[in-house]
Design a protein around this ligand. Structure first.
Ligand code: MG
Length: 238
């Protein structure tokens, strides 16, 4: 029995939509700052701050983002190296070791947001066709899908590294709709990235639901108007 409040299909983003990605990374970088403080010769707080700034610097650039998300280890080592340079400390070898320490712990440190898996289960039970569309390297994203037992929820899983294209490329949305057997007007895309998961699908006639997991509201300069704003995907079943 279809619930009238639900669309025929919902496409979900993975990182910072289903999985607590940024906050769990921040916590792990804070741990790394403590772990390597003696070797770097600065206080854990200073290291943590410099590494955070380096990450913002790195990932805010669309070009670096696109290349970096397909080679996360290199991106992480690059961020650490940048932070070490800012502190006039350490070297390449240390940057690589810190990036390795982080990478070994990264996926186990993630977890689904509270209520996220329950929401997916309830939508699936209600007969909503579910798709997962995630940017990033195929192996990394697939490891998360498997580790958190996400496969059974989805009728269609498109991972950028496996598929050969990523959001906002319309091919991923077109492919997902085709796989799920729905028209754009019958689908929602739900995610935390205003460009990838709201603006791009809206252009195709898919409703864009923005996940404001920080609870910070739309940026003042946002040109994108989401069809709906939620803080957690658990709200979809309320
Ligand atoms: Mg995301």
């Amino acid at each position: 029995m279809m619930n009238d409040n639900y669309p025929r299909a919902i496409l979900f983003d993975l990182d910072d939509t289903i999985l607590d990605t940024t906050l769990s990374a921040d916590r792990l970088w804070t741990q790394a700052s403590k772990q390597f403080a003696d070797e770097i010769g600065r206080s854990p707080d200073e290291i943590d701050r410099q590494m955070r700034q380096a990450r913002e610097w790195f990932w805010s650039d669309p070009q670096r983002n696109q290349v970096g998300r397909l080679d996360l280890f290199k991106a992480r080592a690059g961020c650490v190296e940048h932070a070490l340079e800012q502190m006039d400390a350490g070297d390449n070898g240390l940057a690589t070791r810190i990036a390795t320490w982080f990478t070994d712990r990264r996926i186990p440190a993630m977890k689904p947001f509270d209520g996220a898996l329950e929401a997916l289960a309830k939508l699936k039970d209600a007969g909503v066709r579910l798709g997962l569309i995630s940017n990033g390297k195929g192996e990394t994203q697939r490891e998360k899908v498997v580790r958190f037992g996400l496969e059974p929820y989805f009728d269609c899983i498109i991972l950028e590294g496996e598929f050969g294209a990523g959001k906002p490329d319309r091919r991923v949305f077109d492919h997902a709709l085709e796989e799920l057997g729905v028209t754009p007007g019958q689908a929602w895309m739900v995610g935390d990235n205003l460009q990838w998961e709201v603006a791009a699908p809206q252009k195709l006639g898919i409703q864009g639901v923005w996940v404001d997991w920080r609870g910070a509201g739309l940026p003042e300069d946002a040109l994108v108007v989401p069809d709906r704003v939620i803080q957690s995907i658990a709200e979809l079943i309320e």
